[in-house]
Design a protein around this ligand. Structure first.
Ligand code: GUN
Length: 278
């Protein structure tokens, strides 16, 4: 029988731990403030931003909300980011991605002050992760490490395979697994004979962005499978990058969609916000 890794429960534990920490910080006269910027009104982004603001309220973090119109220029957005960089009251700045096409995402990310980059996307924070020094780490991969650790899953010495090489998930995921002493392989769209590689995985992290891409032919018997994807299927039901029904019986532990990795991203954003003042 396999274990279902309960991201909802684990994220709630983390949020409750953070709530206590924030109360103690407040008692010591330290407030935390996160600025959240959304450009346009992509419905998925609105849901994510709403959930981030709700989590802030729950934990006791002040959130400042900036909802800018779709036609906002790059200069206008950069001006706002620079204003927030200079504002001592603001500890963290989050610009929800994706941004409208007239705006250069990379330029915006690199303009956020690294010490306020609670998403961990700035080159300085990515570089810190590479060399193993202190810095913010991207929330989704950070949350996956917590899911594994809090479910009693050992990483050291294990064969870890990551499918996907994005800056937000795949690359930082591979570096975090390496930091935990896993033996790490990264697969992507150009990987040949991918199943030969994924079949070696003790821990398989799937962040390819394709609904139900991974079936049982990718998975070694008894592996741990982490599904980062979230999609709507033809019946408007949520599904991941992994075909859960087919894969789960072959695993020792697996994350569901929804209720697996998703809630962890927000919990770790809150963690990063709290570490901004600690
Ligand atoms: N869009 C999808 N995931 C993320 C995330 O983790 N941070 C931000 N800022 N935007 C996103």
């Amino acid at each position: 029988m396999y274990q279902i890794i309960d991201g909802k429960k684990i994220s709630q534990e983390i949020k409750d731990e953070l709530k206590d920490k924030v109360a103690a910080l407040k008692a010591a006269g330290k407030n935390i403030c996160l600025a959240v910027i959304q450009v346009g009104n992509d419905p998925a982004s609105s849901v994510y931003v709403g959930n981030k603001k709700k989590a802030c309220a729950y934990i006791g973090i002040e959130s400042l909300s900036y909802e800018l119109p779709e036609e906002t220029t790059q200069e206008e957005l950069l001006d706002l980011v620079k204003k927030l960089n200079a504002d001592d009251k603001v500890n963290g700045i989050l610009v929800q991605l994706p941004l409208p096409k007239q705006i250069d995402e990379e330029k915006v990310i690199q303009t956020i002050a690294p010490e306020k980059d609670v998403d961990g996307f700035h080159e300085k924070n990515v570089g810190a992760l590479v060399v193993g020094s202190k810095g913010y780490v991207s929330c989704t991969p950070l949350g996956i490490i917590q899911l594994l650790k809090r479910s009693g899953i050992e990483i050291a010495g294990k064969n870890c395979v990551v499918i996907g090489r994005s800056n937000i998930v795949g690359k930082p995921m591979s570096l975090l697994l390496l930091r935990e002493n896993g033996t790490v392989t990264v697969c992507h769209s150009r990987t040949q004979n991918i199943r030969e590689i994924t079949k070696q995985a003790d821990i398989l992290v799937v962040a390819i962005g394709k609904p139900k891409f991974v079936d049982e032919s990718f998975v070694k018997e008894g592996a741990v499978v982490i599904d980062v994807g979230i999609h709507r299927n033809e019946n408007n039901k949520l599904c991941g990058d992994v075909d859960f029904e087919r894969v789960a019986p072959h695993t020792s532990a697996i994350t569901p969609v929804p209720g697996g990795v998703g809630p962890m991203t927000i919990a770790m954003l809150m963690y990063n916000c709290v570490s901004s003042v600690e």
